[in-house]
Design a protein around this ligand. Structure first.
Ligand code: KIV
Ligand code: ZN
Length: 522
């Protein structure tokens, strides 16, 4: 690689499996993490942050298995500024062809106050922990958390210490999504100008989206000299999320005239991975989301449609194929076979094992009996439904609801709980409320319903409803999803799906629930 191309290359660091998974309710299973990591590796992500190995046995196992399987991506694990964290992180990533340790500490006044370290004590801690990491691994990333609210002089001081201690990448996080593009650029420029040794390492930018400026802030940092962008698929992440990978990649591609930087990403894989992450994380993509939203390439107004027919460039700045969206929305129906379903699902980014295909095929046939034409979006919705029903402890056997203008509405519910049939009849304020009351009567719990959301998947009165339910119990947040042409059935299945996930989380108990906090650095 020539010096020039090295300068123009922007490394893509994906943290969907670490920062993204920190979104309340976005917990992924081990198998799902492996699958997403495989897709990231395949699409050309330079560095995958696979998890936070000290956080739980589950995180450790996922990071080490991802490390063993990765083909070309660097595999990185997160560690607080503690020797024990760093050792555990190394244990997990050391199997990778290209391992990296990422260690961090909060450097702003607010963050320094929590472990009660003064500036000198914190500087010493940074020196010790980065050196320790570097003795284990030659690829070390260090982050001053809340960098954008850290005093400039102190930031320069600690960045210099980390570089001298052996950090090869310095990440500058806008942890609370507070900065703005001009300030983001100025900060990187200031560090490059003032810190000795800054030209020897790579600066990274890590932006949160609290003010909706994460992508703009990341790109501004790149223009100022950052050469690694940290991001997540669909912008998944804490609070309002992170910089979205697809936005950065496509912005650099489409506006290469004013931002002449290259990434290694195969953009045609974007749509598939976006759909997979939305499904496994249980976070549907908003319709008007840039690049990956359902409406990102849809044209409704007559003028737009007319312009599009004459020349697609009139209203599109990129081609749908550039992000892997196929033109065809092949209609499937009740006569479609298992092979056609498998091939269609593969086109949509879902790789299924034989057992999973069997389950999906049964549900596909049930849907095809109710709905004449099955579109791509119907299949994606079908895939959002629990894909491992055999292991579910709670199963819906049957549901009958009585609803209409003369209330109260009533739900007659039969469920299998750990293999035994249970029946109840409950009333409620509307059929969904009655069904939820019935579930609660059979499976008493204190989980609080945080979100209940219904979307129509396609047009028409026979459209499937896709329902998302999010619940919280003792700080554990779980989501459930389901799709059905009957909205009440979809709602009931989504609730049961969330409860099944809650039972799994309860069984894992404290062991798998990260009790540690980022602030706990001593
Ligand atoms: O937002 C943040 O500061 C982080 C750090 C752990 C890098 O995610
Ligand atoms: Zn973050």
């Amino acid at each position: 690689m020539t010096d020039k191309s090295k300068q123009d290359r922007v490394l893509i660091f994906d943290t969907t499996l670490r920062d993204g998974e920190q979104s309340p309710g976005a917990t992924m299973t081990h198998a799902e993490k492996l699958e997403i990591a495989g897709l990231l590796d395949e699409m050309g992500v330079d560095i995958i942050e696979a998890g936070f190995p000290i956080a739980s046995e589950g995180d450790f196992a996922a990071v080490s298995e991802i490390a063993q399987r990765a083909q070309t991506s660097v595999i990185c694990g997160l560690a607080r500024a503690q020797i024990g964290d760093i050792d555990r992180c190394w244990e997990a990533v050391k199997h990778a062809k290209h391992p990296r340790i990422h260690t961090f500490i909060g450097t702003s006044p607010l963050h320094r106050a929590i472990p009660n370290l003064d500036k000198d004590q914190m500087a010493e801690r940074i020196e010790q922990t980065v050196s320790h990491a570097r003795n284990l691994c030659d690829n070390v990333q260090w982050s001053p958390m809340d960098a954008t609210r850290t005093e400039e002089d102190y930031l320069c001081r600690v960045v210099e210490i980390a570089i001298k201690a052996g950090a090869t990448t310095i990440n500058i996080p806008d942890t609370v999504g507070y900065t703005a593009p001009r300030e983001s650029a100025a900060l990187i420029q200031m560090l490059l100008n003032r810190v000795p040794g800054a030209d020897e390492i790579i600066f990274a930018t890590h932006c949160h989206n609290d003010l909706g400026m994460a992508t703009a802030n990341s790109l501004a940092a790149v223009e100022a000299g950052a050469r690694q962008v940290e991001c997540t698929i669909n912008g998944l992440g804490e609070r309002a999320g992170n910089t979205a990978l697809e936005e950065v990649v496509m912005a650099l591609k489409v506006r290469n005239d004013i931002m002449p930087f290259q990434t290694r990403i195969d953009s045609t894989k974007i749509m598939n991975i976006s759909r997979r992450v939305a499904t496994v994380a249980g976070f549907p993509v908003q319709f008007n989301k840039a690049i990956v939203g359902k409406n990102a390439f849809a044209h409704e107004s007559g003028i737009h449609q007319d312009g599009m027919l004459k020349n697609a460039e009139t209203f599109e700045i990129m081609r749908p194929e550039d992000v892997g969206l196929s033109e065809t929305n092949l209609v499937m129906g009740k006569h479609s076979g298992r092979a056609a379903l498998r091939s269609k699902l593969e086109d949509l980014g879902f790789e299924l094992g034989d057992n999973q295909l069997k389950d999906v095929f049964v549900r596909f046939k049930e849907l095809a009996d109710r709905k004449k034409e099955i579109y791509d979006d119907d299949l994606i919705a079908l895939m959002r439904t629990s894909t491992d029903p055999e292991n579910d402890r709670l199963k819906l056997a049957s549901l009958k609801v009585v609803c209409g203008t003369a209330g109260p509405q009533q739900a007659d519910l039969v469920m299998h709980i750990d293999g035994t049939e249970h029946t109840t009849s409950q009333t409620g304020d509307g059929p969904v409320d009655a069904a939820f009351n019935a579930i609660k009567a059979l499976v008493p719990h204190n989980a609080r319903l945080q979100l209940y959301q219904v979307h129509a998947v396609t047009e028409g009165t026979d459209a499937q409803a896709t329902v998302t339910v999010r619940m919280e119990e003792d700080g554990r947040i779980v989501t459930g999803q389901s799709a059905n042409t009957d909205t009440v059935v979809a709602s009931t299945l989504a609730y049961i799906h969330a409860l099944n996930r809650l039972l799994v989380r309860r069984e894992k108990g404290g062991k798998d629930t990260p009790e540690i906090s980022y602030k706990d650095v001593t």
